[in-house]
Each structure stands twice: as C-alpha cells, then as structure tokens.
Design a protein around this ligand. Sequence first.
Ligand SMILES: Nc1nc2c(ncn2[C@@H]2O[C@H](COP(=O)(O)OP(=O)(O)O)[C@@H](O)[C@H]2O)c(=O)[nH]1
Ligand SMILES: [Mg+2]
Length: 192
Amino acid sequence: MSKKEVYIELNFDVSAANYPDCPKHIKPEIALVGASNAGKSSLLNAISNNKKIAKTSKSPGKTKLFNFFKTNKGVIVDLPGYGFSKVSKMQKKQWSEEIPKYFNSRENLKYVFLLTDCRTAFKKVDLEMIDILESLNLHYQIVLTKSDKLNNKEKEKTLQRLKDQKSMMLFSIKDEGSIFTLISKINALLSN
Ligand SMILES: Nc1nc2c(ncn2[C@@H]2O[C@H](COP(=O)(O)OP(=O)(O)O)[C@@H](O)[C@H]2O)c(=O)[nH]1
Ligand SMILES: [Mg+2]
C-alpha cells in the first residue's frame, strides 16, 4: 500500500456555531476536543497529509466553530477549543452550553479524542472535559500532543507511565508512527 492510500481523505463539509446547526447524518462520527492550541487542526492536517484541510493557528482561539469533515466512511468533527483568556460571550456560551449539548445529544458519536499538550496536560479545563465525557459514558482517548517537544528522557518517562494505558497515547505531527497509529484507530472506529 502506498502512503497516499494510508492517509484519510478528509473533505471540509460545514461549520456550525451552535449545536442545533450541526448537520444531521447517519454515518459514524468521531469528535476532536481540547483546549485551544492543543493541536486539533494540526492533527487533522497530519492524518489527511493535507496542510490546508484545517486551519492551524499560532494564536489561540481561532477555531470558534464546530467544523465538520467528511471521510468516505464517516464524519470527523473539530469542536470549538476551550480555555483561553480573551473570549467573547459567544465563545463562553459555546463551551458551557453548546459543547455539552453536542455530547449529550449526538446519537452517531462513536468516539472522542481529547487532545492536550503533553507539556501542560490535565489542567482544570481538561479535567472538566473528562468529567463530562465520563458522566455521559462516552468512549474516549486522551491524545498527548506535541511529543516532539519532549526531550528523550521526558519522552521515555511519559511512555513508561503510559505503558498498558489504552486510554492515552503520545502524538506528534512530526512522528509518522503516531500519525499512522491514529489513522488505523480512526479507520477501525469508522468501520464498525
Ligand atoms: N512542535 C509541534 N507543534 C505542534 C504540533 N501540533 C500542533 N503544533 C503547533 O501548535 C499550534 C496550535 O496548533 P493548532 O493545530 O492550530 O491547535 P488547535 O487550536 O487545537 O486547532 C500551532 O502553532 C501548531 O503548529 C506538534 O505535534 N508538534
Ligand atoms: Mg484549530
């Protein structure tokens, strides 16, 4: 199989500012959630090998909408990033009302990837999100992003801690192995 066949073909579908505007469909859906700047857009670009599919930004808070992407097997949603200081009223409403509404009501939601920067993981906002996912019994995995920023010692330590820990994985857009691991997981999730 060539590398091109391995990547997930993503096509931007639609953005929704509020939960009721999210498109209805019958395919399996996977959600990406995480603090603003956690690396959600970069991960989408990495799994599709397409730098332009999702806008990445160095300044936090650019993705203020639910962004829906279609694959040939299902749908991937980039949720509004939470937890940065300068926010509009609308942004606060999205975190406190629209994201929980989405998790509460989304019938085809198969799985959630919760992204968090491996250097600053498990801040209050992440823990609050984990609480929501747990309380709704949603299946999820924590993706510790930007692992290339760890030195070898830190990386070794983190991997040791994550051993046999299926609920977490280390990820970097600079680590092909981690990209392909995630692609396989997504393909499997969307095939069931
Ligand atoms: N070094 C490194 N930087 C990353 C990685 N993933 C994302 N970034 C950077 O982190 C910033 C935020 O990424 P972005 O994908 O826009 O985050 P989002 O707000 O969650 O969508 C950008 O400057 C990215 O280039 C990674 O794996 N390694
Ligand atoms: Mg983004």
